[in-house]
Design a protein around this ligand. Structure first.
Ligand code: PLP
Length: 490
């Protein structure tokens, strides 16, 4: 990248001239295009050791302005080596996610506008576009009308808001005004979710003062799905013991294996027991935009709230989590607090999104989602998700066909859980071998996978979700796994 003298001095006030934006913006865009076109130039998993990046960086900030060209050059030499490349087509870890050309452009424009989407008047277009894009997404997911949507940073926050609304659905608890601490009149509130639910549900309970002990982790069946009979029994048991069943969180696409909890049966129990049903579809829910996969959200029309993450599997740059509820007034009841400086004359006739959560200033996330949906079209987005699921099934077939390896969970989406398991080797040794394979595969820098544990078995996870991943990348992952399995074989 080019270097030029710094513009201005410490005594200047005001922004750098826009000529700087044009010059260095072009350089940055060139860099981005090269980066996306030539992922082989970088290692997927950063290969630095702890502290290596910090050591390259000055301990104190510069007093005098530095040339943007120098800063961009240092970005390449000092920052990029410490990046793990989620945008790399060989990224198969956790849930593989990626940004896309329309999404990147959206983020760029959002930074230029620097909107705080809290009140309608702080940018009418931000509020109204958020209403429109979340309603587009609702339609794409096949949800009926009457769902109110908005965008948060993460599913963790969306799920926390769902539990806050669930509390508000029991106004007799009066938690908004009186809190929970030190109240002898308050029963212990219980939240039910499966043993395979994401940790964000426990964290939401922790943040809301419900307490980790009051999150009941319901048993799962042999395909890692919540057992409705176990849920009903846990609720009955709690009710008999003076607890107050508050909410249930079902997952569509659990983190370890992408299992799908039986939402219709769970919804029936929640209705009977008058408890809030939140569906965590952070990753898997988005698949409902594929017409033949719409069934993954079966029963969700009977839920009270749902979260899906466009930043996971809808090619929208992080962060963008879509939260939907049929009872937005409960969120308003829980969180609306309008001090005089936020009162506007139009407040009765518009939506002010600050009233539905904790944040005042909110990012203009709708712009990038709007650009992604328009840039690919609903058919284009569905085609990409469909292709990812096909790649995952292809990989699962290769694993199935090799007697030394096994697939250890169903593959309803684009994640394969599998392990190296040659016959005659003790379970503990297998765990050790798979951990070693993973470490060696990731050290190649060509692909990156992560792991989980299922019933004490150490399991490898290959998640397809990156918009640039093609069959050759999945094939390379399989070859690398087999190569490394030879190096660890006992
Ligand atoms: N829920 C599920 C099922 C997840 O898999 C994850 C993350 O992978 C989350 C929630 C948390 O998502 P976020 O990072 O948006 O909070």
């Amino acid at each position: 990248m080019t270097s030029a003298p710094a513009l201005g001095s410490a005594s200047d006030v005001g922004d750098l001239p826009t000529s700087e934006l044009l010059t260095h913006g072009r350089t940055a865009l060139d860099w981005i295009a090269r980066y996306l076109d030539h992922p082989e130039r970088v290692s997927v998993l950063s290969q630095v050791v702890p502290g290596e990046i910090r050591q390259m960086l000055p301990v104190s900030p510069p007093e005098q302005p530095e040339p943007l060209g120098d800063i961009l050059r240092d970005f390449e030499t000092q920052i990029v080596p410490g990046i793990t490349h989620w945008n790399h087509p060989g990224f198969f870890g956790y849930f593989a996610t990626s940004s896309s050309v329309p999404g990147i452009l959206g983020e760029l424009l959002v930074a230029a506008l620097d909107v705080k989407a809290m009140l309608w008047r702080t940018s009418p277009a931000a509020t109204e576009l958020e209403q429109v894009t979340t309603d587009w997404l609702r339609q794409m997911l096949g949800l009926p009308g009457g769902w109110f949507g908005f965008l948060n940073d993460t599913a963790s926050i969306s799920s926390m808001l769902a539990l806050a609304a669930a509390r508000e659905a029991k106004p007799e608890l009066d938690i908004r005004a009186r809190g929970m601490a030190g109240r002898a009149d308050l029963p212990r509130l219980r939240v039910y979710t499966s043993r395979h639910a994401h940790s964000s549900i426990d964290k939401a309970a922790l943040a809301l003062g419900i307490g980790l002990e009051n999150v009941v982790h319901v048993d799962v069946d042999d395909e890692f799905r919540m057992r409705p009979d176990a849920l009903a029994a846990a609720i009955a048991d709690d009710s008999a013991n003076g607890f107050l069943p508050l909410a249930c969180v079902a997952t569509v696409g659990t983190t370890s294996t992408t299992s799908i909890d039986p939402v219709p049966a769970i919804a029936e129990i929640c209705r009977r027991e008058s408890i809030w049903l939140h569906v965590d579809g952070a990753y898997g829910g988005v698949a409902a935009i594929v017409p033949e996969m719409r069934h993954v959200l079966a029963g969700v029309d009977h839920a009270d709230s749902l979260v899906v993450n466009p930043h996971k599997w809808l090619f929208t740059p992080f962060d963008c989590s879509a939260f939907f509820t049929t009872k937005p007034h409960l969120l308003e009841q829980a969180f609306s607090l309008v001090h005089e400086y936020l009162v506007t004359p139009e407040r009765e006739s518009v939506v002010d999104f600050m009233n539905y959560g904790v944040q005042l200033g909110r990012r203009f996330r709708a712009l990038k989602l709007w650009m992604v949906i328009r840039g690919f079209g609903t058919a284009g987005l569905a085609a990409r998700i469909r292709a990812h699921c096909a790649l995952a099934r292809q990989f699962a077939d290769w694993v199935h066909a090799d007697p030394d390896w096994e697939v250890v969970a169903p593959v309803p989406f684009s994640l394969v859980c599998f392990r190296f398991a040659p016959s005659g080797i003790h379970e503990e040794v297998l765990n050790d071998l798979n951990a070693k394979i993973l470490e060696r595969v990731n050290a190649t820098g060509e692909v990156f996978l992560s792991h989980t544990k299922l019933d004490d078995r150490y399991v490898l996870r290959l998640a397809v979700g990156n918009i640039r991943t093609e069959e050759k990348h999945v094939r390379r992952a399989w070859e690398t796994l087999k190569e490394q399995s030879i190096t660890v074989s006992p």
